[in-house]
Design a protein. Structure first.
Ligand code: SER
Length: 327
């Protein structure tokens, strides 16, 4: 039986991953950890937790006999640029704390399997942009991307040197409706739905032709769970796997939303006003080659643009607040 800790449980991925893990392993076997005072979603027992507090983290993992950690706490690309040193410290020291604890646990005969997310942000302007290979040039320019590339190498290091069972995917931009976006460059593709469902025009901070790799949350969660459930021998890559979902640009997304939107909301439209996030997006791939993940652990995306737009329009809850990330 697994005992699971999710760090960053109040975030975009955590909020949905905790629920999926609770359904799979029983809510009593999942601990939802986050820095906030309270749980925002409540699908499992909540523990207030700072990933930079290694002592408390070690104690929790030992006393609860945790067997799997999903470490999701991070500052994303856009917010990271506002506070680069904070992003570096949180993203790197947090990961190092988990890897060190996993190493120590393993040496004490108690295996701890670790999931840590990398990102398309680990690539850079000299990376081939279309169907980006698993192994290629990586020269990230954002502090977030630099932390992800360094994190990938650390994961590989802790596996090669100490045998830590750490697994990772390079998430594309994740589209979801449960929690508000958290400071990413890809978050326009969530905010746009809130404008559409209010029947308002959306001012996009990326240009119309900015194609990026994206993935719908159910596929992202399934990738995470499938990777963590795969036999260790199949996980040949211990840095991070490319996973592809669906690639599109703001113009294509707005067009599909318009096509599916009820006539009563026809005032929706899109205007373009690029800001500093454009340069970040321009340094990232447009699509990913995920054939290595398919070969090693059977990954295959299921949700395309049409289905994703339909599901988002059916499920996004519109309130009076702007849901665009604050940078
Ligand atoms: N969605 C993330 C971001 O835009 C990429 O990992 O920062």
């Amino acid at each position: 039986m697994e005992k699971i800790l999710v760090i960053g449980a109040n975030g975009q991925i955590g909020s949905e991953l905790v629920e999926a893990l609770a359904a799979q392993h029983g809510a009593q076997n999942v601990i939802a950890g986050d820095i906030g005072a309270v749980s925002l979603y409540g699908a499992a027992r909540y523990q207030r937790l700072d990933v930079l507090d290694k002592k408390t983290l070690t104690h929790l993992i030992e006393s609860e006999a945790v067997t799997q950690v999903y470490h999701l706490a991070a500052l994303l690309s856009a917010t990271g640029e506002q506070a680069p040193l904070k992003a570096w410290t949180l993203n790197m020291d947090g990961l190092l704390n988990i890897l060190e604890i996993a190493k120590d646990r393993l040496q004490a005969g108690k295996a701890l399997r670790v999931f840590w997310p990398s990102s398309i942000a680990a690539f850079g302007p000299n990376t081939p942009r279309v169907s980006t290979p698993q192994t290629t040039v990586m020269d990230p320019t954002s502090i977030y991307g630099i932390s992800k590339l360094a994190g990938e190498r650390l994961c590989n290091y802790y596996f090669s040197k100490y045998g830590v069972d750490v697994r990772s995917v390079r998430y594309p931009g994740i589209i979801s409706f449960k929690s508000p976006p958290g400071g990413g460059t890809t978050d326009y593709a969530i905010a746009i739905f809130h404008s559409a469902l209010r029947g308002e025009r959306y001012e996009c901070f990326l240009g119309p032709e900015t194609t990026l790799p994206m993935i719908y949350m159910p596929d992202a969660i399934r990738a995470t769970l499938e990777l963590m459930a795969a036999p260790a021998a199949k996980i040949v890559n211990r840095s991070s796997y490319n996973i592809a979902g669906v690639s599109f640009n703001p113009r294509e997304l707005a067009k599909e939303i318009t096509r599916q939107l009820p006539a009563s909301l026809a005032a929706f439209g899109i205007d373009y006003n690029s800001d500093s996030r454009q340069a970040i997006a321009d340094s990232w791939p447009q699509s990913l080659d995920d054939s290595v993940a398919s070969r090693d652990w059977g990954w295959k995306a299921r949700v395309g643009l049409v289905e994703m737009v339909g599901d988002m329009l059916a499920n996004v809850t519109v309130d009076s607040e702007q849901h665009e990330c604050v940078v």
